[in-house]
Design a protein around this ligand. Sequence first.
Ligand SMILES: [Zn+2]
Length: 310
Amino acid sequence: MSLTVAIDIGGTHIRVAVYNSNSTAPIAHQRTRSLANEPGVYGRLVQAIEAVWPEEKVDAIGIASPGPLDPYTGTILATPNIPEWQNFPLATKLCEHFDVPVYLDNDANMAGLAEWQFGAGQGHHDVVYITISTGIGGGVIMGDRLLQGYHGMAAELGHMLIDPEGPLCGCGHHGHIESFSSGPSIGRYVNEQINGGEKSSLQAHPDLSATQIAAAAREGDRLAISAFKRAGYYLGIAVANYLAIFDPSILIFGGGVSQVGDLLFKPLEESLREHTFHPHYLDDLVITKAALGDDAGLLGALALARMKVE
Ligand SMILES: [Zn+2]
């Protein structure tokens, strides 16, 4: 029996799981706080892996990590949650320590890969996965292959430019789709509107969450409803662009903000129909929610490692 170790590095937790060759149910599992802002993340990661390391032979380690990163060299270029990982050769270090091949890619790509192999995208060959939470990320499968790109930085769907005069994005540029439609961007918009005199049942607060705004919208709060309309409208523009580039058969939406449902997706689909350059892109196009939840990164890391070993 051959085993694979999968790792998901999150801002708050590191998860490590061991799988045998034909299952997506882990035979061992370890979850530890990453304490990403405190030094020693790498040491804590090694400890977590050692805690589940099996006696049988491990074929490979797969890792899902926040990026940007270089999947070809296995190097983390920079990751906002873990300041000490600048140009950090994570795959090489773990390969030397555990003496097995180590494969690494960014968490959104890995979630997309997992949804295609094990989740909502099974049976499709051309998949666009979009996650909407504190940021917006993406993963793209084209012709049954994960799209990585020349630099390994393909499918950064959250940094699709919508309006160069638009709000400041988390990346430092203006007007990317993330700056309109991520959870914090929706909260920031509502806060600005209330501070500008708009009436709302919500109190102005810089950290208003998409969940709070969705609850207000369901109670009929007009500002809250309009905030999701606006976010969906801009997402529709971004998705029209994705269709023109990738022409997928399925769009899979993950991340917490996607859970608000029709509040976001009705205006999104309306805007998509309005902005797509040809309606044929929409024929038989499946628009659906992600199926794997919090396990998507881990299962993507598993899928990556298995694909590389095969
Ligand atoms: Zn950006």
